[in-house]
Design a protein around this ligand. Sequence first.
Ligand SMILES: [Zn+2]
Length: 528
Amino acid sequence: MIVARNGRRMAALTGQDHETARRASANVGGVDLILRGGRVVDPESGLDAVRDVAVVGGRVAEIGNSLAPGSAEVEVDAGGLVVTAGFIDLHSHVNTVAGLWLQAADGVTTALELEAGVTPVAAAYRMAAAEGRPVNYGFAASWAMARMEAVAGIEPQANLSAFLANMASPGWQRPAAPGQIAAMLARLSADLADGALGIGLLLGYAPASSPDEYLQVCALAAEAGAPTFTHARDLIELVPQAPIDGAEEIVRAAGQTGAHMHYCHVNSTSQRHIDRVLALVGRAQAAGSRITTEAYPYGSGMTGIGAAFLAPERLGERELSPSSLIYAPTGERVASVDRLRELRRADPGGLVIIELLREDDPGDRELLMHSLTFPGSIVASDAMPLTWTGPRGPANPGPAGPPTWPLPRTAITHPRTAGTFSRALRLLTRDGGVFTLAEALGKCSLRPAQVLQDRVPALRRKGRLQAGCDADIVVFDPDAITDQASYDDSTRPSAGIRHVLVNGTFVVRDGDIVADARPGRPVRADPP
Ligand SMILES: [Zn+2]
């Protein structure tokens, strides 16, 4: 319940908060509120106790007991609910407000495009700012887009759809000449200078690129103090003729270049070799290499049907057949090799669900859980853009224009877009999971902030719930939080999440999306 109070200013402000308080009283920078009597969980300090949280000017001003009674403009009763730092998604390909609503409804307050990345990165920041975002946003530079430009002359357009449309073309996947690698590195350098958060490497989508090229890109990142985010090359168990094992390549790059290597969705690229990959990563971490891992708790993946590893002759490597693929635009299970060829030709960027691990198989479920429970492993969604198969809402029967909330079932995505964080929390803390809430929440907020905070010091104010932090806050019922999206109903929002604040402004209020809220701000590295 939300109770509007009188407009008196809060009494208990510290010196550094005067400026934010002044901005709040001028009604700039968000609401001024108290979240009263919630179970405040801060994954960094380990605080897990009933407290009040005061928000002023987009920041957490104070956390304490019986704060400033009656003084806040808005007071929210958080009794019985958890109040914690909003989730930071290191792996979101969502680039529209409608898709970001689904993520916000899952507790996400910062959605970052790091694995694919975008090039030129400055254009992506410009477009997001012009359009407005319900949650904070940020981008890595894109090795794949830089490679498309350098090797195949495809002009980069700073969005994923352009990449998807060209992903199947063999031209960009060729081994690169030294001059082309130099051009790629120059483009990536320029993006880093423009504030890119790191370098995203869709390595598995250009499997003929040389391991030496990869090392050069990682060395560039290391020099800039920027992390890298890799979709691994094929594992040697899947593709014995691969130039190098995908997992060993990441570990080697960490050791050889000193770069911070972030191993994207270790669940999906490792398939049934998750334990082997995690053991390798664990040994390298123990030896001092900076490698982090992430996972999403679903057995199926999703990507463009034109991906190199979905070529008909390569499906067997992953024990797949055409019928393991469900093509989102029509919902069809791909019936034959001929149909797969046809779809890859006609719509290479069309998204498909790929059945990798079986969620109804206890052994596969356990493997998936290993990717989440591995020490330090981060929850990241790999949230996908929406595929629209019909009208975008009752008020908007046309094919374009603003969507309405709740999203109609004509919007199709992978359920991970809507449910990753709620599902992970349920699995880690309730359904057989033995993690404390603070430990599980750390995988969703603190640890992702730590991946980026050397590159972007402002991230030290996110992923924690402490005085002085950004007021990116999620308020949820710990016994009820759960995903509801499924492969058949992929945009059903998560349940149990009551409020979500981004920079002190509600984007979810009383369980409902605040449709006109655009408080998202850029997360971007400072110029060198
Ligand atoms: Zn990927």
